[in-house]
Ligand binder design. Structure first.
Ligand SMILES: Nc1ncnc2c1ncn2[C@@H]1O[C@H](COP(=O)(O)OP(=O)(O)OP(=O)(O)O)[C@@H](O)[C@H]1O
Ligand SMILES: [Mg+2]
Length: 248
């Protein structure tokens, strides 16, 4: 065990809101460069878990280390995509995507090029001068995903990012996140309700139990990419995970 090997270390993490126990003694590590999907029943504490990782919520006890140190969004190069669309309402699509890069004071040429790439990757060209409230929820979510991708994060945290997307957009963006991960070598924690999505994307799937949530199982997905959702092994993984979830 070393800070070199692990990007994220979660040790005996507990979180309660008043008397409501949400996370109970969660311990696991995420390797540097790993792509981990987290699945679990509705309301079990997936978002709470991600919020403790980004320091939006204080754990009740236990700790989370990023690169061997207490998680610090100002210090660590991490991006997150929340479950609810969270584009900045008074900025246009393009300004939203530029926003994080400008805060990080990247050179203008770099920002221009990066933003153009992202706008085209997310098929947002025709909306570039529009404001988030003028767009559909799924298009707004694309802004936020684009903004996160634009930062080239070391650690990308995504909370059901594709939940609101139509199936075509979702398939396309699933491949994009894999491509980004393969290109940048970043570490990704991706929360989803969708078991097929988890098996399609992840190196490893963490299954959370019903609340108070702990890690029920950690399953390495040993399948070549691009993955074939109709292959026998794919279906075996999917069936196993669904069976685990059916117990609840
Ligand atoms: N700030 C808060 N104060 C009180 N209770 C909270 C707070 N945030 C979350 N909870 C409760 O904690 C539990 C877990 O919520 P959380 O949003 O983490 O679940 P989730 O697994 O992300 O759910 P979903 O599948 O709906 O996204 C729920 O019962 C929720 O009502
Ligand atoms: Mg949630």
């Amino acid at each position: 065990m070393s800070e070199k090997e692990y990007k994220v270390e979660v040790k005996n993490l507990c979180k309660s809101f008043g008397t409501l126990e949400v996370l109970k003694d969660c311990s696991f590590n995420i390797k540097r460069g790993e792509f981990v999907c987290v699945v679990g029943p509705t309301g079990c504490g997936k978002t709470t878990f991600l919020n403790t990782l980004t320091c939006l919520t204080e754990p009740t006890s236990g700790e989370i280390l990023v690169d061997g140190e207490p998680a610090n969004p100002e210090k660590h190069n991490l991006s997150f995509v929340f479950q609810e669309p969270s584009a900045v309402p008074w900025l246009t699509v393009e300004q939203n995507i530029r926003f994080g890069l400008e805060i990080k004071k990247k050179p203008k040429e770099y920002i221009d090029e990066r933003v153009e790439n992202i706008i085209s990757m997310m098929a947002l060209s025709k909306y570039r001068d529009r404001y988030p409230h003028e767009l559909s929820t799924s298009a707004e979510q694309k802004i936020v995903i684009g903004r996160a991708f634009a930062m080239n994060p070391d650690l990308l945290l995504m909370d059901e990012p594709y939940g609101q997307m139509d199936i075509k957009t979702r398939f396309y963006l699933e491949d994009e996140v894999v491509r980004l991960w393969e290109t940048l070598g970043c570490t990704i924690v991706f929360i989803t309700h969708n078991v097929e999505e988890a098996v399609y994307l992840a190196e490893r799937v963490l299954i959370l139990s019903q609340k108070p949530a702990s890690i029920k199982e950690s399953i390495a997905i040993d399948l070549p990419r691009p993955r074939d959702i109709a292959s026998k092994k794919f279906i075996e993984y999917r069936t196993h995970i669904v069976d685990m979830i059916k117990w609840w």
